[in-house]
Ligand binder design. Structure first.
Ligand code: NAP
Length: 485
């Protein structure tokens, strides 16, 4: 972008700020909306906070984000604080107010989580909620739950006193309110619903006492720091009897994409989400406050894809192997279990080319098809996230494809003996390469050449000879988890 006299400055203050994802979000919005602004992180020490805020105003900075460790203390230097942010006791967004000659503080973390749960179809109205943790994030989530009309909120923490303190202040705050309408941005549920849900209760509990919660169909927010990468196998509660009662789990951690907490929720039949969208939406909401605008949904969706690529550079699972090795069956099942998308490269190429693989082979030849595969991988490398990718049997034949596959994700080679492949494929008339008098001989010939190429292209080999789908899925998940350790 061109920086000139009309360029406005936006920024982030915190310490540290080196690893922040906010510039990607904010500069991404500026660029996509063609707004002449630049967003820059500033490392600010505690003792310099007041000076930084005054200096920012003097420099005509339009808006700022605030991160750790300044979210509480920054309120001392603001001309106004939004009600929700004041009750939560944390501000992460400053909006310039030239009438008041300073900045007004908001908490867009919680507005971001609110947008995420609405988008994911989670309603808190009249629900029993469990919040694990009682730090800054848990306090904000407690506020959201009460504001959204939750019936009861169990606040569980290792240090009981912290849960008690949040419960006291939130119960007090909401007993003072007539209705649960507390966000400017509007709330879900009808007015009648909201009136029925006045004075919901927050119940503080020691973490170890989770067994005392008798209700089922729980909505659980995981708001501790347990399970954060690289400690991806850790989870704050691992008891299956707890997860049997969970309807929905939201982990405020977004790295890894599929935390141990989320896996346990899903294993017991619940739906589970991480909070990467919360991160994105806190940024989008901040931008909308700065520019008094609405960021287009398409821009938000594109930014989400970019954010996922940045945070989870290798979060895709790629399946390679000979035709009949089970890539499609295994891939679809794996995607379902892990809440990932599924994509087949052959289907992708057919869509791009507007004709079937058989027609491409017949009309353009195998070489042209192999080129299409390489082009497809190049595009997928730049766009794919949280996807199980099933590939055509000849995909690793071109040396450049092997490299691209590894850039896309963890590559699993599904192995099977030639006889097993033949038994699975015999009678299949859709495979151009097997339309021979002796398909078994053709399989053996092709495998002799391809086997070393499959092995070289793979990160992990998975034996599928047993034809046992459960076993194959379990082997892949275990291998993936071992790789993340
Ligand atoms: P925090 O204030 O430091 O609180 C940490 C919480 O984790 C406390 O409740 C603490 O319990 C608990 N905890 C830590 N170690 C524990 C252990 N070994 N066993 C049991 N409990 C333990 O942190 P926070 O700001 O609330 O953040 C919490 C999580 O939310 C972090 O992982 C953060 O990354 C995530 N978050 C995500 C977003 C987003 O945009 N997605 C935004 C904000 C936060 P004690 O009180 O007993 O120490």
């Amino acid at each position: 972008m061109t920086i000139d006299g009309k360029t406005r400055l936006l920024g982030l203050i915190g310490n540290p700020v080196e690893h922040t994802l906010s510039p990607l979000i904010q500069n991404g919005i500026c660029e996509k909306m063609n707004i002449p602004s630049v967003y820059v992180p500033f490392q600010v020490q505690k003792e310099g906070l007041g000076e930084a805020i005054r200096g920012a105003y003097a420099l005509n900075i339009l808006g700022m984000n605030v991160t750790v460790p300044h979210k509480n203390q920054v309120m001392d230097y603001l001309v106004d604080v939004d009600e929700a942010a004041g009750q939560i006791g944390a501000v992460n967004t400053l909006v310039r107010d030239d009438n008041l000659h300073g900045y007004k503080g908001y908490n867009t973390d919680i507005l971001g989580l609110k947008r995420q749960i609405h988008e994911d179809g989670i309603s808190l109205l009249r629900q029993t909620v469990v919040i694990l943790g009682a730090g800054g994030a848990a306090k904000a989530v407690t506020y959201l739950c009460l504001a959204e009309g939750a019936e009861k909120v169990y606040l569980l923490n290792r240090t009981l006193e912290k849960a008690e303190s949040i419960a006291d202040s939130m119960n007090q705050c909401f007993s003072d309110k007539q209705e649960s309408t507390v966000f400017d941005a509007g709330s879900s549920g009808s007015e009648t619903d909201k009136k029925e849900c006045r004075n919901p209760r927050v119940v503080p509990m020691a973490l170890a006492d989770y067994g005392e919660i008798k209700e089922s169909d729980l909505i659980v927010f995981q708001a501790t720091s347990i399970g954060l990468a690289p400690n991806v196998l850790d989870v704050v509660i691992d008891d299956p009897t707890f997860y049997q009662k969970v309807k929905v789990g939201v982990d405020l951690i977004y790295n890894p994409a599929n935390t141990k907490f989320m896996q346990l929720v899903k294993e017991h039949g619940g739906k589970a989400y991480n909070a990467l969208k919360m991160l994105l939406y806190q940024g989008v909401t901040a931008f909308e406050l700065w520019y008094d605008c609405k960021v287009d949904e398409k821009i938000v969706a594109d930014l989400y894809t970019e954010l996922k690529r940045k945070v989870y550079p290798k979060d895709n699972l790629v399946l390679i192997g000979f035709m009949g090795s089970g890539k499609t069956t295994v891939g679809k099942e794996l995607a379902e279990r892990l809440h990932m998308d599924f994509l087949d490269t052959d289907a992708y190429i057919e869509k791009q080319a507007g004709k079937s693989i058989a027609s491409i082979f017949a009309e353009d030849g195998e070489e042209a098809f192999r080129l299409m595969e390489t082009e497809a991988l190049g595009k997928l490398r730049d766009t794919l996230s949280n996807t199980v990718l099933s590939t055509g049997g000849g995909m690793p034949l071109r040396p450049e494809n092997a490299g691209l596959l590894k850039e896309i994700g963890t590559v699993f080679y599904l192995t099977a003996a030639e006889q097993v492949l033949y038994d699975r494929l015999k009678g299949d008339t859709d495979r151009p390469l097997l339309q021979e008098a002796d398909p078994y001989k053709k399989i053996c010939e092709l495998m002799k050449y391809r086997k070393p190429l499959y092995r070289a292209a793979a990160d992990v080999s998975i034996d599928t000879n047993s034809n046992d789908l459960e076993e194959v899925i379990a082997d892949i998940i275990q291998a993936q988890q071992r790789g993340m350790r």
